[in-house]
Design a protein around this ligand. Structure first.
Ligand code: P1T
Length: 383
């Protein structure tokens, strides 16, 4: 019954049932590393918390449910979840990814996995032609991030999935910016959906956690093996907090989207603004794809002021009072960031600038405060 629920009920009930001992509505935080056995192997389904933990298992069931998947896995961070996917590969394998993606993802690919003999191609995925041109007989994985961080490009998941299926290539989608409230990549044909659950899923800027969900039993066996064998699992407290966060995902996302839409329109008509990157604008190059694969346009946007440079962008983010200048996104509070010096500093300048991550770019994670206060703050900071 529970898996037939609508999304706004799955966030609360998906994969959940009251705890057996006392009927606790929320799973207890099972802060234990191990479990008593009556005889070697004689246990109640839990042996050691790297392998399984009841609080983490409740979260993993919830993650699978909200992503319309069967198998969920939680990790100690978003990057640890990505690391597990890349460990499906072998030396000589090749990966195609977006040319605009989170700086830490780029760093994981190029500074860790290239040394293990895996080759990465970063292409503009707004056209299938670019992806097709980068495919060869060694291509094993296509890694899509959509909307992209921080340029807000939207990639057509269904079209990439069709291409992947025809060539027997795995498709993984980083769904961090959208959250499953806005788009569900497995339904669109992806094999694996990944989250930095640190962001919208947990939602309160108090946890670092990552997740993977798949419908493929064979892939799930491999990912579960890697999760246990490499051991990058989250603790029970962080699992609990993320599960609690997910229960309000739908109401938070609705407000994030409403506030971001108003701020995007406010910035667009501001005389000092050069360009606003937000997929809800009709003139956004991927607006039609965003409209068809997302239910709304999300809570993230980026912008550049007229004649801006590194110093003037830094001045604006320092002037903000209600927006906090900080890395991360997706929490209830609004954050501002300067990608060139913060989240994307690990990408060489000439490479990041090719995809638009210039020194003048400012990124906003729009929170769920009263939007009038957010606009007043931007007004005084932009001047
Ligand atoms: O920080 P962590 O939970 O390990 O997740 C990494 C990650 C992966 N994918 C995307 C799209 C991300 O945005 C992130 C983390 N991003 C930030 C910290 C940021 O401020 O953009």
């Amino acid at each position: 019954m529970k898996e037939k629920l609508h999304f706004n009920s799955k966030t609360i009930h998906g994969g959940q049932s009251p705890e057996k001992a006392y009927g606790a509505v929320m799973p207890p935080i099972y802060q234990t590393s191990t479990y008593a056995q009556s005889t070697p192997g004689g246990h109640k389904g839990f042996e050691y918390s790297r392998t399984h933990n009841p609080t983490r298992q409740a979260l993993e069931r919830s993650l699978a449910s909200i992503e319309a998947g069967t198998f969920g896995f939680a990790f100690g961070s978003g990057l640890a979840a990505m690391d597990a996917v890349l460990k499906l590969l072998k030396p000589g394998d090749e990966v195609i990814s977006t040319d605009d993606l989170y700086g830490g993802s780029y760093r994981l690919f190029t500074k860790i996995f290239e040394d293990f003999g895996i080759r990465f191609h970063f292409v503009n995925m707004s056209s299938m032609v670019h992806i097709d041109a980068a495919i060869n007989e060694n291509t094993r994985l296509i890694w899509v991030e959509t909307p992209t961080n921080p340029m807000m490009n939207v990639i057509d998941i269904k079209a990439v999935a069709t291409l992947c299926k025809s060539k027997n290539i795995l498709l993984a989608v980083d769904n961090t910016f959208a959250s499953p409230y806005l788009q569900q990549p497995l339904v669109l044909g992806a094999d694996i959906v990944m989250h930095s659950a640190t962001k919208y899923l947990a939602g309160h800027s108090d946890v670092i956690l990552g997740s993977l969900v798949t419908n493929d039993k064979n892939l799930a066996e491999k990912l579960g093996f890697i999760q246990n064998a490499s051991g990058a699992v989250p603790g029970p407290m962080d699992s609990f907090l993320t599960l609690r966060g997910i229960k309000t995902l739908h109401v938070r996302m609705q407000r994030h989207c409403e506030n971001a839409a108003q701020i995007a329109l406010y910035l667009k008509q501001h005389p000092k603004i050069e360009k606003v990157y937000w997929p809800g604008f009709e003139e956004h190059p991927n607006h039609q794809i965003a409209k068809s694969q997302m239910t709304d346009f999300g809570g993230m946007l980026s912008f550049v002021t007229k004649g801006a440079n590194y110093d003037s962008a830094i001045r604006i983010v320092e002037n903000l009072k209600l927006f906090t200048l900080a890395e991360s996104l997706g929490g209830v509070e609004s954050l501002a960031g300067h990608p060139a010096s913060m989240t994307h500093a690990s990408i060489p300048k000439e490479i990041r600038e090719q995809s638009g991550v210039v020194d003048a770019l400012i990124r906003l994670s729009i929170g769920i405060e009263d939007v009038r206060d957010l606009i007043s703050d931007l007004d005084q900071a932009i001047g």
